[in-house]
Design a protein around this ligand. Structure first.
Ligand SMILES: NC(=O)c1ccc[n+]([C@@H]2O[C@H](COP(=O)([O-])OP(=O)(O)OC[C@H]3O[C@@H](n4cnc5c(N)ncnc54)[C@H](OP(=O)(O)O)[C@@H]3O)[C@@H](O)[C@H]2O)c1
Ligand SMILES: *[C@@H]1O[C@H](CO)[C@@H](O)[C@H](O)[C@H]1NC(C)=O
Ligand SMILES: *[C@@H]1O[C@H](CO)[C@@H](O)[C@H](O)[C@H]1NC(C)=O
Length: 311
C-alpha cells in the first residue's frame, strides 16, 4: 500500500514540476538585419540570452555593462553562440547618473541608429545606495533607465518604428509606491517590488508620450509560474546562494526561456498592437488595476525628471 502511495506522490510531484517549468518559445521568426539593439546589463542572465537570440537574427547588438572584464567575456560568448561578429559592449553604470549621461553622449556620437532599447539590467533587493544616494533598486532599476531612455528617445524617434522593452516582475503587485519615500530601502524584497512597479508605470508613460510617433513600449515579466535561473543570487551570502541554487534548479526555468518574451516584444506585430502593455509568456497579460493608474504613472515620471535633473 505504501508503495502505491509513494508512486502516486512521486507522479504528482513530477507533473507539478513539469507544469511549473512549462516552456513557451517565441514562434515569430522575423529577422532583424540592419537593426541596432541596445541591451543594458547584457553580460549575464536574461540579458545575455536576449543578446544571443537577437544577434542570431542579424541585429547589431550592443550590451551596456558596468564591468569591462565581464562584458568582454560576454561579448566573446555572444559572438560564438550567435555566429555573429556584430556584437560589442559599451560602458554604463546605471548606479551613477553621470555615467548614464556620458554613455548616452558617446552612444549618440558613435551609433547612428537605435531601433530597440532593452532596459534589462536590474538589482535584486539589496540595502545599498547608488553613487547619487538613491536606494540601489530604485536608482538602478528605475532612475538609471529613466534617464537613459529619455536621453536616447530622440534617436529612437528618428528610427521609428522603434521599441522600448523594460524588464519588470510579477511581484510588482505586493507593493505600492510611496511618493513621500520613493527611496524606500527597508525590506529588500519590498524594495525590489517597488522598483519593478516603477518600471511598469515608466513603460506605460513611455507609450503615452510617444503615441503616434512610431515608438512602442513594453513591460515584460520574464517568468510565468516560475522564475528564471539567472545570476541575481551573486549579491547574497554563500549560504543563501546554495539554498536558492537548489530551489532554482528544481523550480526555475533557464535564462534562454526567460528571454523569450523579450524576444517576442522585439519582433512581434501582435505585441505592437498593445503598446504600454504588460507581457508574460509571449502574450499580453493583465495588470492589477492600481498598476494601470495613468495619473500615478505621470506623477512618477515628473518626480523622476526632478530627481535626475532633466529640464
Ligand atoms: N530572474 C528572474 O526570475 C526575474 C524575474 C523577474 C524579473 N527579472 C528581471 O530581469 C532582469 C534581468 O535579470 P536577471 O535575472 O538576468 O539577473 P542577473 O543575471 O543578475 O543580471 C542582471 C544584469 O544587470 C546588470 N547590472 C546590475 N546593476 C547594474 C548597474 N548599476 N549598471 C549596469 N548594469 C547593472 C548586471 O551586471 P553585473 O554582472 O555587473 O552585476 C547583470 O548584467 C532584471 O531587470 C530583473 O529584475 C528577473
Ligand atoms: C560616475 O561616473 C563618472 C563619469 O563616468 C565618473 O567620472 C565618476 O567617477 C563616477 N562616480 C563614481 C562614484 O564612481
Ligand atoms: C552621498 O552621501 C554621502 C554620505 O552621506 C556623501 O558624502 C556624498 O557626498 C553624497 N553624494 C551625493 C552625490 O550627494
Amino acid at each position: 500500500m505504501y508503495f502505491l502511495y509513494t508512486i502516486i506522490a512521486s507522479l504528482a510531484v513530477f507533473f507539478i514540476l513539469k507544469w511549473l517549468k512549462k516552456r513557451r518559445y517565441c514562434t515569430d521568426l522575423r529577422r532583424l538585419d540592419g537593426k541596432t539593439i541596445l541591451i543594458t546589463g547584457g553580460n549575464s542572465g536574461i540579458g545575455k540570452e536576449t543578446a544571443i537570440a537577437l544577434a542570431m537574427r542579424g541585429a547589431r547588438v550592443i550590451i551596456a555593462c558596468r564591468d569591462s572584464d565581464k562584458a568582454e567575456k560576454a561579448v566573446r560568448e555572444i559572438k560564438l553562440k550567435s555566429h555573429s561578429l556584430n556584437v560589442l559592449y559599451m560602458e554604463l553604470d546605471l548606479a551613477n547618473l553621470s555615467s548614464v549621461r556620458d554613455f548616452c553622449k558617446s552612444f549618440l556620437q558613435r551609433e547612428k541608429k537605435l531601433d530597440i532599447l532593452v532596459n534589462n539590467a536590474g538589482m535584486p533587493g539589496v540595502l545599498e545606495w547608488t553613487d547619487n544616494n538613491f536606494s540601489m533598486c530604485f536608482g538602478v532599476n528605475h532612475l538609471g533607465h529613466f534617464l537613459l531612455t529619455n536621453l536616447l528617445l530622440p534617436r529612437l524617434k528618428e528610427c521609428a518604428p522603434s521599441r522600448v522593452i523594460t524588464l519588470t516582475c510579477s511581484s510588482y503587485k505586493y507593493q505600492k509606491l510611496d511618493f513621500q519615500d520613493l527611496n524606500y530601502n527597508q525590506l529588500p524584497f519590498f524594495t525590489y517590488c517597488r522598483s519593478k512597479l516603477a518600471n511598469i508605470y515608466f513603460s506605460q508613460e513611455v507609450a503615452r508620450i510617444t503615441e503616434g510617433k512610431g515608438v512602442t513600449s513594453y513591460a515584460v515579466h520574464p517568468g510565468k509560474r516560475s522564475f528564471v535561473q539567472s545570476g541575481w543570487t551573486c549579491h547574497y551570502s554563500i549560504l543563501f546562494r546554495m539554498l536558492v541554487q537548489v530551489i532554482m534548479w528544481m523550480f526555475f526555468v533557464p535564462c534562454e526561456i526567460g528571454a523569450q518574451t523579450v524576444i517576442y516584444c522585439a519582433v512581434s506585430d501582435e505585441a505592437a498592437k498593445h503598446s504600454g502593455g504588460y507581457f508574460i509568456d509571449c502574450r499580453p497579460a493583465t495588470l492589477r488595476p492600481f498598476a494601470r493608474d495613468a495619473a500615478v504613472a505621470k506623477k512618477l515620471w515628473e518626480a523622476s525628471e526632478r530627481l535626475v535633473n532633466l529640464a
